[in-house]
Design a protein around this ligand. Structure first.
Ligand code: 13P
Length: 220
């Protein structure tokens, strides 16, 4: 795919996320790995109104080469794309339900399909959450948006999981391609919504560890 086609796809998918309420105002940022560097949404840009020609281009060393000034979250994207060489794109949103979950202190694992200690409070309720996000969803402690100090913690989380939550801030999801990262972000938001809807409901059935293993073996 040419860089021009990727720029257009980025603007189209970002607008789709914005139009469906996954991002409001100028929240959220997206990066895509290129053969010769990275594309990154500009800082303070609205995901609903990106101009493909003005999307920031960074070199292989993450230096700003062209386009508008890149997102202040360049450290976040660098941490994930460095930790996961197989990832081609990263989507960071402030989508409501995943962000709500990021405000709940993680507890611990009980071995019954509950999240692992330090992971966000989204249990494996449905197959597509497991298929698109995986077994782990670490929650990285709170850092001020754009704080370069978050990079080691995000890097460590991204080493063990394709998605993570930033505490009291929002989700960060990687994918092999931009489309995969967007689809997984949507799936995460739905899983977070279900988790909150069912949080205090008695008798909720979670996927068992064996069912999770089977999904990851088949689709992982
Ligand atoms: P930028 O406008 O710099 O991309 O920041 C938006 C955001 O979502 C911060 O987390």
């Amino acid at each position: 795919m040419s860089e021009q086609a990727i720029r257009e796809e980025l603007a189209m998918l970002a607008r789709s996320l914005f139009d469906r309420g996954y991002s409001v105002g100028t929240a959220g940022n997206i990066s895509v790995r290129l053969p010769d560097g990275y594309l990154m949404t500009p800082t303070n840009s609205c995901l609903g109104r990106l101009d493909p020609a003005r999307i920031s281009k960074l070199g292989p060393d993450w230096a700003h080469l062209s386009g508008d000034k890149p997102s202040k979250e360049v450290f976040l994207h660098r941490a994930v794309l460095t930790a996961r060489p197989e990832a081609g794109a990263v989507v960071h949103l402030h989508s409501t339900y995943a962000t709500a979950i990021s405000c709940i202190a993680p507890t611990g694992a009980s071995g019954d399909g509950s999240p692992e200690a330090g992971d966000a409070e989204i249990p494996p309720l449905t197959p597509y959450f497991v298929m698109r996000i995986g077994r782990r969803l670490p929650c990285v402690p709170y850092y001020r948006p754009g704080d370069a100090a978050m990079e080691p913690a995000v890097f460590a989380a991204a080493k063990v999981a394709k998605a993570l939550l930033l505490a009291n801030h929002g989700p960060v999801v990687s994918g092999a391609s931009l489309a995969e990262a967007v689809h997984a972000s949507e799936e995460l938001e739905e899983a977070a919504r279900l988790a909150l809807l069912l949080r205090d409901v008695p008798g909720v059935r979670r996927l068992t560890p064996a069912q999770v293993d089977d999904l990851l073996r088949t689709f992982g």
